[in-house]
Write a new protein. Structure first.
Lengths: 435, 347
């Protein structure tokens, strides 16, 4: 069948990089094959789909023949990305993913001990997307997330202590306890939220990208070259704001990457029950931007796609839509009984745990030893424990904080013609506004 | 004193009143603020090449270029969110809604990502954005184009809501709004755009701003207080003229600011007149007048000589037929009647 020959052809074209036993030093040549295949997606040429492809046949999901996902699960997919990471980078990626997993597991524990409350949405299983993308950013770049934002915050550099305190609702939280699990903001680390409404972060992220363009073109400040990443899920891709922003970002060539974390479920709504055209990456082309599909359980593949999309944005070539095939191991939130997802599906993705796979890769390629990884795991355990202790010991916000931070302007009366806040003017007591 | 010089008769130079339309007031305010601060930009439907759906942004595209006067696609939720995201970074967008009815498609961003963000982020991210456009009823535009949103936005903490009436209000409040570090909902009125108002040279000064949160006593009086905002201020002033013929001296307060509401001015006035008529164009239940009444009842109860009167739009979606529309909106005679009731001059 044509489709499977396409698939096998794709794999075959990659095999030279494997069979020539490309070493890390050969990074330039061996990885080029894969890159060319992928880069065709970025130039917007149509990528053909192989249907009924082995690993993902269960749900009729079609993975497209972008090299990054062509390899079936049985072969170790990471072998293809052989020379793509150094030891230091590898350990950094591993540490970030372990931090995400460990932190989220601790959140679950704390929730069931009533230290954390309200709506808590955990990221277990999706670490490769956060790590792969965010670790490819510069410090000045922006990210915007949804309610499933703890790990995005951690990957971006918000200290675990601050995130945990925020979750406990303490004054030392990154938002002084006023935001909570779903509303993580950090000006310092360029995290723009934390939004409860799906799709809400997409225009906000697009606005941040707009700021880069405006700063460069209108304010003539060429030192601003920040790229923005917008993270959101499969359910969001049916929302109007998503399409509105794809249109405007492509129209105005904004430096943004739209990252879809397609974990197949929007609470209890199966992606295929909700979506007329389930291949989200296809929708990019409808708006004039490349749409790319990547295996979101493989941090190295995500990282390579991320690097290319981010570079594209930074060059000024415009937005990219990246669909990451991923899965959340826990329910939608800690209050979700998660009864609708079948065990077969869960098991299928459980064996593709991004952390386990990357650990295997590091060990098999001699990039790290068991001891190295154990050291990292222990270090992260300590960081997370420390975060909990810190959050526990932190004070609740004082009563005086209740009415603070409603307005940036201290009393809300605006700025006078002298440029100062009116409430600071002792004469501002007149009952009328005679000029 | 100087021989040979004949003193000419003193000429009375005609007294020139400097007039300005509300439209020009808004246009000049935006123009001046854009000239003063390159971070200010305008975005919305038809603001550029069309010169503005109501010509408020006329000439701005020619002057500042398409990078600062952005014609957006018809995507309220999307472009409002983009404006908010840009404001997160310290840019100062002026988002125009063709009418505030269309802003309902973007209300999630006005409330959830603009109004609440400074609080949710614990004081990290301020949102210096202005949302402006016509609000309330126009003439014969039907139910979906005639709603007054002052009460809805006025109830939301984190927003500032202003409602200019005259050209002076429009200029001063819009400049204040653009310079303000917080989100401001700027509710204009389509029928006021073309109206002329006298303005002083002070108002024309590029640094003229009015305080947000302060009402103006448009006309002083002693017998009854009439509060109003936007177009209803004009009606209230005409009603005051009518009442004066019957010997009732009404004090008319132009609220100017719905949030923060100037409770001091309203209550100080009622302490003087002992009677209150609150007027608005919007729906009665949970309206702006309800808040005015509650405030006066709480703070100045002992001074009241009569129950507070509320005049608002009829509790129905706006009908299209001209006569029905007239019946659905407060008219000058309604205000006069209510004031007389408050003064126990009629049933």
């Amino acid at each position: 069948m044509a489709a499977s020959s396409l698939a096998s052809r794709a794999v075959a074209s990659l095999s030279p990089s494997i069979s020539t036993g490309a070493s890390r030093d050969d990074a330039g040549s061996s990885s080029v094959v894969g890159f060319h295949k992928r880069s065709s997606a970025f130039t917007g040429r149509r990528v053909r789909i192989s249907s009924g492809h082995g690993s993902s046949a269960a749900h009729g999901r079609r993975s497209c023949v972008v090299a990054a996902t062509a390899a079936p699960v049985k072969e170790s997919p990471l072998k293809i990305a052989d020379a793509l990471v150094t030891r230091e980078e590898g350990l950094e990626l591993y540490e970030d993913m372990i931090l995400g997993r460990c932190f989220e597991d601790m959140c679950a524990q704390m929730y069931y001990r009533s230290k954390m409350f309200g709506f808590v949405h955990l990221y277990n299983g999706q670490e490769a997307v956060s790590t792969g993308f965010i670790k490819s950013l510069k410090k000045d770049d922006y990210i915007c997330s949804t309610y499933r934002d703890h790990v995005h915050a951690l990957s971006k550099g918000v200290p675990a202590r601050q995130v945990m305190s925020e979750l406990f609702g303490k004054a030392t939280g990154c938002c002084r306890g006023q935001g909570g699990s779903m509303h993580m903001f950090s000006k310092e680390h360029r995290l723009l939220g934390g939004f409860a409404f799906i799709g809400e972060g997409i225009p906000v992220a697009t606005g941040a990208a707009f700021n880069t363009k405006y700063s460069r073109e209108v304010l003539k400040d060429l030192s601003v070259d920040a790229v923005t990443l917008a993270f959101f899920g499969d359910g969001t891709c049916n929302n109007g704001q998503f399409f509105e922003c794809l249109n405007m970002a492509a129209l105005w060539k904004l430096p943004i990457v739209y990252v879809v974390e397609n974990n197949l479920w929007a609470i209890g709504m199966d992606h295929f029950r909700a979506t007329s055209v389930p291949e989200i990456w296809k929708k990019g082309e409808a708006f004039g931007m490349p749409g790319v599909h990547v295996d979101g359980m493989d941090v190295l593949k995500v990282r390579e796609v991320a690097k290319e999309a981010i570079a594209r944005a930074r060059r000024g070539d415009g937005p990219t839509l990246v669909e990451c095939e991923t899965y959340r191991y826990r329910g939608h939130s800690l209050a979700d009984p998660d009864e609708l997802r079948k065990p077969e599906q869960k098991n299928k993705y459980a064996v593709r745990d991004p952390i386990a796979a990357f650990k295997k890769y590091l060990l098999e390629n001699g990039l790290a030893s068991e001891a190295d990884l154990k050291t990292i795991e222990k270090k992260i355990d300590e960081i997370v424990e420390d975060a909990v202790e810190f959050a526990d010991a932190s004070p609740l916000p004082p009563r005086s904080q209740l009415l603070e931070n409603v307005f940036a302007d201290p009393r809300g009366f605006g700025i006078g013609p002298d440029g100062k806040y009116r409430c600071e003017d002792p004469a501002f007591t007149a009952g009328t506004a005679e000029v | 004193m100087f021989p040979g010089i004949v003193r000419s008769s003193s000429r009375h130079l005609p007294c020139r009143r400097s007039l300005m339309t509300v439209r020009d007031a808004l246009n000049s305010a935006i123009d001046e603020e854009m000239a003063a601060d390159p971070k200010v930009f305008v975005m919305g439907e038809e603001v550029g090449e069309y010169q503005g759906a109501y010509k408020v942004t006329k000439g701005l595209l020619q002057k500042y270029g398409p990078d600062r006067v952005l014609d957006t696609p018809i995507t309220e939720a999307g472009f409002t969110g983009i404006g908010v995201g840009a404001a997160f970074q310290g840019l100062k967008p002026i988002v125009e809604f063709m009418t505030f009815n269309f802003a309902m498609q973007a209300i999630d961003h006005i409330i959830n990502s603009a109004a609440k963000t400074y609080y949710m982020s614990g004081g990290q991210i301020a949102v210096p954005i202005v949302f402006r456009g016509p609000n309330g009823a126009a003439a014969g535009v039907g139910a979906q184009h005639s709603q007054c949103f002052a009460a809805w936005y006025g109830s939301c903490p984190g927003l500032k809501v202003v409602t200019p009436y005259s050209a002076e209000d429009a200029r001063g409040l819009l400049k204040a709004a653009i310079r303000d570090p917080d989100p401001v909902v700027f509710l204009e009125n389509e029928l006021l755009y073309g109206e002329n108002f006298p303005v002083s040279s002070q108002v024309r000064d590029p640094n003229f701003t009015l305080p947000i949160g302060k009402a103006k006593v448009e006309r002083e009086g002693t017998d009854v207080t009439i509060t109003a905002f936007s177009k209803m201020v004009g009606f209230a002033l005409k009603a005051a003229d009518e009442l004066a013929k019957d010997g009732i001296k009404a004090e008319v307060i132009n609220l100017r600011s719905i949030r923060p509401l100037d409770r001091e001015t309203i209550n100080a006035s009622v302490r003087k007149t002992y009677r209150l008529v609150a007027v608005e164009e919007g729906w009665p239940q949970h309206g702006v007048c309800a808040e005015v009444c509650a405030s006066v009842q709480e703070e100045t109860f002992d001074y009241l000589d009569a129950p507070i009167e509320r005049i608002s739009g009829a509790d129905i979606p706006m009908p299209y037929a001209a006569n029905l529309e007239r019946l659905a909106l407060p008219q000058i005679e309604d205000i006069v009647r209510a004031a007389k009731r408050a003064c126990y001059r009629s049933k």
